[in-house]
Design a protein around this ligand. Structure first.
Ligand code: OAD
Length: 256
């Protein structure tokens, strides 16, 4: 896919932004070979039923099956590498005064790409805790074919991701909404913007006066609220945006 033309007005706003917030979704990892959830044919939810794999009830009724599905995803992500989109977002941190990265992804690829402190809104695939007492389980071996038991209470150890019907971790929720309400530019990248409360971050930013930018090859319901839409894959759009911004920042420095 060809790199999109980045509008000059968008570059101006990026170059003068005080605080940029980026929300990423599964689309940003698609070019690393990690399947999205809702893309027709390739999305995980076209092949698997969320209520049988991503709820507390599902895990309680069949811990080995649910655990095995997460082991499969851990294997897949373990073999994946950050792509140019992840790397561009890590680079963007150095090009703006303040950047808050919020990700719905549980794959850890932003951290591996060099992003310093991503807020993992839906948790992390490689963290585990006890279903009953909540004790963090840091010593689960990999691979681990069946769900281990908690060393404290013998409860089942579950993956540290947010399942349907569960609350977002309070600190992640508070930090993300505070950042969205404070920022002057909000980038929504590779997300269908269908799952709340994450999807509410972009609208909160817009309500508080931020410029809203969507990066997605297919328009979402957010597009009609957006000031700019880059209809392209994040692996091409984000490097193009960073390159153009870096040139703009350099020109501004020389002009001073
Ligand atoms: P979705 O699968 O809902 O949406 C992925 C989006 O990425 C779609 O809008 C695609 O058009 C877009 N996309 C595909 N390839 C892309 C590319 N190369 N570059 C940019 N965009 C691309 O994934 P999310 O929005 O992340 O929740 O889904 C949100 C949540 O729903 C997930 O965190 C997960 C899921 O159920 C939990 O597990 C709690």
């Amino acid at each position: 896919m060809a790199a999109p033309q980045v509008p000059g007005e968008l570059l101006d706003r990026l170059a003068t932004a005080r605080h940029v917030v980026v929300l990423t979704g599964a689309g940003v990892s698609a070019e690393s070979g990690v399947p999205t959830f809702r893309d027709a044919q390739t999305g995980l939810w076209s092949r698997f039923r969320p209520e049988q794999l991503a709820t507390v009830a599902a895990f309680e009724s069949d811990p080995p099956t649910v655990w095995a599905w997460y082991e499969w995803r851990r294997d897949l992500v373990g073999k994946a590498e950050p792509n140019p989109g992840h790397l561009a977002l890590a680079r963007l941190e150095a090009l703006v005064p303040r950047l808050t990265l919020v990700t719905q992804n549980v794959d850890g690829l932003h951290r591996r790409a060099g992003s310093r402190d991503p807020i993992e809104f839906h948790g992390n695939l490689f963290e585990n805790r006890c279903l009953d007492c909540g004790l963090q389980a840091d010593d689960v071996p990999r691979p681990c074919p069946s769900p281990p038991r908690c060393i404290a209470c013998r409860g089942w150890i579950r993956p540290g991701v947010v399942w349907f019907g569960e609350a977002i971790p309070a600190a992640a929720l508070a930090r993300s909404f505070a950042a969205a309400e404070d920022c002057d530019l909000f980038l929504s990248v590779g997300t269908s913007a269908e799952v709340y409360p994450a999807a509410g971050l972009a609208l909160a930013a817009k309500r508080h006066g931020a410029t809203l930018v969507e990066v997605n090859p297919l328009p979402t319901s957010l597009a009609r609220h957006a000031d700019f839409v880059l209809s392209a894959a994040s692996g091409t759009a984000l490097p193009a945006m960073c390159d153009a911004l870096a040139r703009r920042v350099e020109v501004n420095i020389h002009a001073r």
